[in-house]
Design a protein around this ligand. Sequence first.
Ligand code: C2E
Ligand code: MG
Ligand code: MG
Ligand code: MG
Length: 277
Amino acid sequence: HHAKRRDNSTCPYTQAMHHALQRRQRMTERLSVAISENQLELYFQPQVDLASGQLTGAETLCRWHDAEWGWVSPSEFIPLAEERGLIRALGDWVLEESARQLMAWRQQCAMPLPGRLSINISAQQFADPQLTHHIAHLTAGVSPSAIALELTESDFMRDPDQAVEITHTMRQAGYALSIDDFGTGYSSLSYLRRFAADALKIDISFVREMLDNRHDRTIVQTIIAMAQALEMKTVAEGVETHEQANLLAEMGCNEAQGYWFGRPLPADDFAAAWLNK
Ligand code: C2E
Ligand code: MG
Ligand code: MG
Ligand code: MG
């Protein structure tokens, strides 16, 4: 119920939009500098076997600390990078740095990282038909058997036929493949079978409510049953309590990630906590 104004720029709505646009523009510029000047960081979150509690791998998560803004969330800067054409440069850096870190841990740590390091791949990286070669090039020195690639369910479904092809190329090259945020992306069952993925990552939104909400509990149970039928393993995301971990283990979920087991940590802290550095 604002009165009509002669000068649109003083309308609060327009002003808010203007500020949001301005912030995104400045963020694009600063992110571009951060990528090229090596100011991004990788954090690592443990993945554990639910039955034994043993470490089975880790996920690489990109972090950006800006001098003026402080920590910027990946849920803000990753979509921005996708929209403004920066995601390939960012994704390349993540792949190179992940490989460098794996090799450094092998030199420094009493215990090497068991299993695989999981790396998130965005839809635009996935659209590159040469992606598998490109990854091999960027991670030269690390065997594909040490790497899992994570792609969200909705990204898989953007061009499912192409996804089927690329996932087979990746599997043939020795990479493992996980479908991230599973349960939110409407994939069809027939494609799910053809994607040749190794793991379904049960989206955090179902895990969060599963103790209180029986529908979410049913969805989790159904995802686990489906994965078992299709010979894929399940990894639960966002496990924050002992109760969630117990219930997931009872339900037959294979692995989990979440604050209950360990927060994402900088490489040195991760190595100290998990690799006996
Ligand atoms: P994601 O791949 O599904 O990663 C899981 C997210 O859940 C991470 O958020 C992680 O920090 C968070 N998380 C882990 N355990 C818990 C928990 O117990 N409770 C809660 N509430 N959250 C938990 P983060 O690091 O903010 O990343 C958000 C998303 O940004 C990622 O979701 C992924 O889609 C994207 N992302 C992060 N790093 C990269 C990257 O290097 N490349 C690409 N393409 N995307 C990335
Ligand atoms: Mg992920
Ligand atoms: Mg996820
Ligand atoms: Mg996510």
